[in-house]
Design a protein around this ligand. Structure first.
Ligand SMILES: Cc1cc2nc3c(=O)[nH]c(=O)nc-3n(C[C@H](O)[C@H](O)[C@H](O)COP(=O)(O)OP(=O)(O)OC[C@H]3O[C@@H](n4cnc5c(N)ncnc54)[C@H](O)[C@@H]3O)c2cc1C
Length: 298
């Protein structure tokens, strides 16, 4: 059984993907549609649109509680709850997503060839690489660094020379545009407002990992990502994790898909070791108070 707030996660917001093998250039929603149709055609996985609010270990199983009040019991859990980029928190931010506003330099920089771009970023490993990628494509790069060490700023300035303009102490107040981003209004360190004409806004302020419902059970790192081993096992027996929510540093759709396959095989192996070969034929029904019929078929 698969429980998700929605189908598709971040991919639902990706207009064009050019690095997913076997599809050619394709929208995120098309990958979701094809994946859902495969799951429905070739497996008996039940899909429930709901939010998991807690996972509680009980005896040899886990109780999974959802926002709508349902409760499911399972021997193994795969967490693939992804991540949410930290927002700028300006008006109309959602409206411009995929229309000039991006939270992923590595994914979207090639769409801004020859364009004027604003980057708002905190410091993180890989930041210099991301800025170099942006520098390859855009014509002008305005950069609002937040808590970025001076030596990193100086390195970037010396690498990109005329292309980059560093706006220390500035804050984005609003995005200006019509159906696309056309500019931004910034507030300077002295409180004055400046309007910049840009075609793109990149926000790299880190991520919020969605682990509230499980973080007491499994080991997470300082960023809140779930720590896994090479078989996608977490620190707790019977709980596996895959995709962007894990501590694996590269957050891409193909990597999440590969980890999903690894986690599923690891969970199957775990169950078959626990229950022996009979696990393959285990067909388990149970009625719960809410009247839901739960079927765990391995
Ligand atoms: C703008 C943008 C462009 C991108 N472009 C590319 C690209 O070109 N190529 C590429 O490879 N990758 C790209 N990515 C990255 C790619 O989308 C992610 O790596 C991938 O979607 C990760 O999948 P995931 O399933 O791990 O997490 P997510 O996509 O984050 O999905 C997690 C799902 O879990 C749900 N969820 C969270 N908490 C709960 C809960 N408690 N209960 C139930 N459900 C829950 C969420 O609602 C969400 O639906 C892009 C991302 C963005 C934002």
């Amino acid at each position: 059984m698969c429980i998700g707030v929605e189908l598709g996660g971040q991919l639902a917001r990706v207009t064009l993907i050019e690095n997913y093998p076997g599809t050619g250039p394709v929208s995120g929603t098309e990958i979701i549609r094809r994946t859902e149709s495969m799951v429905r055609k070739y497996s008996n996985v039940r899909i429930e649109l709901d939010e998991v609010v807690r996972v509680i270990p009980e005896e040899s199983m886990y109780r999974v509680l959802t926002r709508s009040g349902h409760e499911y019991r399972t021997y193994a859990v795969i967490v693939a709850s992804g991540k949410m980029p930290r927002r700028l928190r300006v008006p109309d931010e959602e409206k411009y997503l995929g229309r000039g506003l991006s939270y992923c330099v590595v994914c979207d920089a090639p769409f801004f060839r020859g364009r004027r771009v604003l980057l708002v970023s905190t410091y993180k490993p890989g930041l210099k690489m991301e800025i170099s990628i942006l520098g390859l494509y855009c014509s002008v790069l305005y950069w609002v660094p937040e808590s970025v060490p001076e030596d990193v700023i100086n390195d970037v300035v010396s690498e990109l020379r005329d292309k980059v303009q560093v706006l220390r102490g500035y804050k984005v107040k609003s995005i200006v545009g019509d159906e696309k981003v056309r500019g931004v209004v910034l507030e300077g360190p002295d409180g004055s407002e400046v309007k910049l004409d840009v075609d793109g806004v990149f926000v790299e302020l880190g991520y919020e990992f969605r682990t509230d419902f499980i973080k007491d059970l499994v080991q997470t790192n300082e960023r809140g990502e779930i720590v896994i081993d090479t078989l996608c096992r977490t620190s707790r027996e019977g709980i596996f994790a895959a995709g962007d929510v894990t501590a694996v540093p590269f957050k891409q759709a193909i990597i999440a898909a590969g980890q999903g396959a690894t986690a599923a095989l690891s969970a199957a192996e775990y169950l078959s070791k626990r229950f022996g070969l009979k696990a393959r034929r285990l067909d388990w029904h149970k009625e719960f108070s809410d009247g839901f019929r739960i079927r765990l078929k391995l």
